[in-house]
Design a protein around this ligand. Structure first.
Ligand SMILES: C[S@@+](CC[C@H](N)C(=O)[O-])C[C@H]1O[C@@H](n2cnc3c(N)ncnc32)[C@H](O)[C@@H]1O
Length: 260
């Protein structure tokens, strides 16, 4: 089962955090890009576009890309329902160009929260993605990249659970690591959703690989790309700057593309 084939459930599951994510995006546009009006924004691995439609509603030119046809269809349907351009495209975030995104102008800001970048399970794929992002960003443009880093030692968080209720639908979810291979830099993760309505009770269980990064490994990757500087780092609530050290786990990197 592919959990992303269930966009309605996914969207409800991640529905709680949109306000702080949108606030952060607005602040980032203002502070890092000097834009208080309409920005050009791209989200690779946009999923259901739970943030894209809100950005579009605020007047931003918002474009998304995702590998999952169900997620893209869900995203475009919602954009259409709100009278907004259907700007989500089906595609792989490993390789893309302005042309693929049906754009003539570069973007001010790219964002990719909730560790979607870790779905790129090889170094060539990760490098290719970062080069593609640099290519579609204007000089001095910003990439906001949220990642779960693997800290050194054994004190590693291996499970996360949360519950959400939306009308008569109750969702419980659990994300847990099944295997971790630090040499090959691959972890296998199980994502389980239990959905309960007055008439139904069912489970969706998906297992997928993610690439792991220590802070040092992420820095080394950025160095190889040689197109971005780390401007700042925040926690996943976008509240406080996160100190970078070998124990850092959840971090949103504010990456600034080089001027030339
Ligand atoms: C955790 S979801 C994040 C969705 C969205 N960014 C959000 O914040 O809700 C990860 C998404 O990455 C997409 N994905 C995984 N690998 C991808 C790839 N190579 N290219 C494009 N999208 C990909 C999945 O289809 C899924 O929609």
């Amino acid at each position: 089962m592919n959990i992303y084939d269930y966009p309605t459930l996914y969207d409800v599951l991640f529905s709680d955090s949109w306000k702080r994510e949108i606030d952060f995006l607005k602040t980032a546009l203002r502070c890092y890009c000097n834009i208080s009006g309409r920005g050009r924004i791209f989200e690779p691995a946009c999923g259901t576009g739970r943030l894209l439609w809100r950005l579009a509603q605020l007047g931003h030119h918002s474009v998304g890309l995702d590998l999952n046809p169900n997620a893209v269809a869900f995203c475009n349907k919602r954009l259409k329902r709100h009278g907004l351009p259907e700007s989500a495209l089906l595609g792989d975030m490993t390789h893309f160009s302005l042309n693929d995104l049906q754009q003539k102008k570069t973007f001010d800001l790219v964002f990719n929260f909730v560790s979607s970048f870790l779905h790129l399970t090889s170094e060539p794929a990760a490098l290719s993605h970062l080069h593609a992002v640099a290519e579609i960003l204007k000089p001095n443009g910003i990439y906001l990249l949220g990642l779960h880093l693997l800290p050194q030692g054994n004190a590693v968080c291996s499970q996360e659970q949360w519950s959400v209720r939306h009308g008569s639908l109750a969702l419980q979810s659990r994300l847990r690591r099944l295997t971790l291979n630090r040499q090959q830099r691959i972890e296998t993760v199980e994502f389980r959703i239990t959905a309960t309505t007055p008439k139904q009770h069912y489970k969706i269980i998906d297992t997928f690989p993610l690439r792991t990064y220590s802070l040092q490994q992420f820095r080394t990757l950025l160095k190889k790309v040689n197109q971005f500087d780390i401007l700042e780092t925040f926690d996943f609530n976008f509240q406080v700057p996160v100190p970078l050290n070998s124990q850092t786990e959840d971090v949103v990197f504010v990456l600034k593309k080089h001027l030339v």
